[in-house]
Design a protein around this ligand. Structure first.
Ligand code: CTP
Length: 415
């Protein structure tokens, strides 16, 4: 386990009301041992589980409990308290605290500090397994993540309430490692690399008002662009039509059709890597109608004549001139995942295929989570079910490993 030095780092620890609050006393001790300055906010419910006296004795600091405490406000207002930290840690993060974070409520000191802070927030959720699994909590966690809150745990195991499952707060050593990682910031492992990422569906026009499309939301592709940017890469994101904000700090090229996407990629090359996360339409209409196609009374609809789109991944992956050193494709499959992905790896000249199950039951399209397998010549690497942001950061660290390794043993171009 990572044992970071936290010399002079200022941690604001918000202790919520859960049985796991006792673990915070150990966390405070470990933080202090590593040189951190720890200030604590104890919620009213938190004070039912640990006493202000033990928190202040271990932290060596005054404990903050009340939003309307006149002395506290005179000495250090809640706004200053929220800013005067390098990192805000919420542990245990109860269902109630997470709901407040997700909705921006500020009705006590803890939630007000969380809304007022301009620092990163790391939370360690802890609650009963059913409360954790409740769609409302999952929605709130997803929202908090989207707002940039970092999450450690919860772990699976036996709970104080005699139930079993996810909901146990991460152990102090795990929280400590997450604090170290959050304070270190993302490693610039792709500094100096240029990466082209594609995202979203393509729209293939039938006439001026209709088009052929697919269900891709672009969430996975955009998350990869963001993760590559955070790792220091120069990123060009070629995106089909999506309902997502343009990520700051990347060059974005908006396209509609597969043909436009191929052109945009050619323009963006040369690059070190191409990640084809877009769900490119395989076919387009052979002859796009210049005018809106009208109904013909009595004669029924005219069949649509389709023609094949260029296979972008194969075009670039098998080109001796254009091919980046690393080419990553995706394989959206509803059956025979590995076989189909392995076939695509070969046919399209990719180093890796990130295979995902997009059968309706998987909820991948439009959802926030993804279960993928990275298929390369070396074999199959099955990742657990992760958020799309986590899939993206895992993939980006694999990409960084690839470039960190001169021999590029992790799957050269498939032949
Ligand atoms: N792809 C591409 N150009 C196309 C079709 C797909 O570049 N015209 C890329 C996708 O971006 C993805 C990979 O190829 O990285 C696999 O896409 P997928 O839709 O799963 O495969 P297809 O080749 O369309 O095969 P099939 O529809 O038979 O599953």
């Amino acid at each position: 386990m990572l044992e970071p030095s936290l010399l002079d780092k200022r941690i604001l620890l918000i202790i919520g009301g859960g049985i796991a609050a006792y673990k915070c006393l150990d966390l405070i001790r470990r933080l202090k041992e590593r040189g951190a300055v720890v200030r604590c906010v104890l919620t009213r419910a938190g004070a039912e589980f640990v006493t202000p006296l033990s928190v202040s004795a271990l932290s060596g600091e005054k404990v903050f409990q009340d939003l309307f405490d006149l002395t506290d406000e005179a000495e250090m207002g809640h706004i200053q308290l929220s800013r005067d930290a390098d990192l805000v840690v919420v542990a245990p993060a109860t269902a109630d605290l997470i709901a407040k974070m997700a909705t921006g409520r500020a009705d006590d000191l803890a939630s007000t500090v969380l809304l007022a802070t301009d620092k990163r927030v790391l939370m360690a959720p802890a609650m009963n397994v059913r409360m954790w699994q409740h769609p409302a909590t999952q929605r709130n966690v997803a929202q908090a993540r989207q707002d940039g809150v970092l999450v450690v745990g919860p772990n699976e195991g036996a709970m104080a309430c005699n139930e079993f499952g996810p909901g146990r707060m991460a152990e102090p050593a795990e929280i400590l490692a997450a604090i170290g990682a959050a304070l270190a910031g993302p490693a610039q492992s792709l500094a100096g690399r240029r990466i082209v990422v594609t995202s979203g569906p393509t729209h293939e026009p039938i006439d001026p008002v209709r088009y052929i499309a697919n269900r891709s939301s672009g969430k996975q592709g955009h998350a990869i662009a963001i993760a590559a940017r955070d790792a220091g890469a120069e990123v060009v994101l070629v995106s089909g039509p999506v309902r997502l904000d343009d990520p700051p700090g990347v060059t974005i090229v908006h396209v509609e059709t597969a043909a436009e996407m191929l052109d945009a990629i050619k323009q963006a090359l040369p690059a070190d890597a191409l990640v084809m996360a877009a769900a490119v339409a395989d076919w387009r209409v052979a002859r796009e109608n210049a005018q809106k196609t009208k109904k013909q009374a009595g004669s029924g609809p005219k069949p649509l004549e389709l023609t094949e789109n260029p296979d972008i991944l194969a075009t670039i992956g098998t080109s001796s001139q254009m091919r980046p050193q690393l080419v990553v494709g995706f394989a959206a499959e509803t059956e025979n995942l590995i076989e189909n992905a392995a076939a695509k790896l070969k046919k399209k000249g990719a180093n890796w295929i990130v295979a995902n199950d997009v059968s309706p039951a998987s909820g991948v399209f439009g959802g926030d989570r993804n279960t993928v397998k990275i298929v390369s010549r070396d074999g199959v690497d099955a990742l657990p079910t992760l958020s799309k942001a986590e899939v993206a950061s895992t993939l980006v660290s694999r990409i960084a490993d690839f470039f960190g390794d001169d021999n590029r043993h992790s799957g050269g171009q498939a032949g």
